[in-house]
Design a protein around this ligand. Structure first.
Ligand SMILES: [Zn+2]
Length: 106
């Protein structure tokens, strides 16, 4: 493993303001980027790895319901499920409870 040298340099050169935000636990959007072999662009985020505490840069992996960022240094995964997916889940759960209640009152 190990972060791409270009990514490591990019992280070093980021403004202190963005690094501070990442150290406070935020995932800081850095912009969309592409890599050799990719057909499109993906959003990259700066975050602090909860395991090795290094600042890392990565893009969300996997499907929207269980996306994560991975630390390129130690491989630790950081959950990255977007807010609207959580909202959707919440309302599906409410609908589920409602249907359950209808069944019991019949
Ligand atoms: Zn790490």
């Amino acid at each position: 493993m190990g972060m791409l040298l270009s990514d490591a340099l990019a992280v070093q050169r980021l403004p202190e303001r963005q690094k501070k935000l990442a150290r406070s636990g935020r995932k800081v959007y850095l912009g969309h980027e592409t890599r050799t072999g990719w057909s499109g662009y993906l959003p990259f985020y700066l975050f602090q790895c909860p395991n090795c505490l290094r600042l890392a840069k990565d893009y969300p992996h996997s499907y929207p319901e269980n996306q994560y960022l991975a630390c390129p240094e130690c491989g630790a995964k950081v959950s990255f499920v977007r807010f609207w997916i959580r909202v959707n889940e919440f309302f599906s759960f409410i609908r589920f409870l409602f249907r359950l209640r209808l069944r019991f009152t019949k």
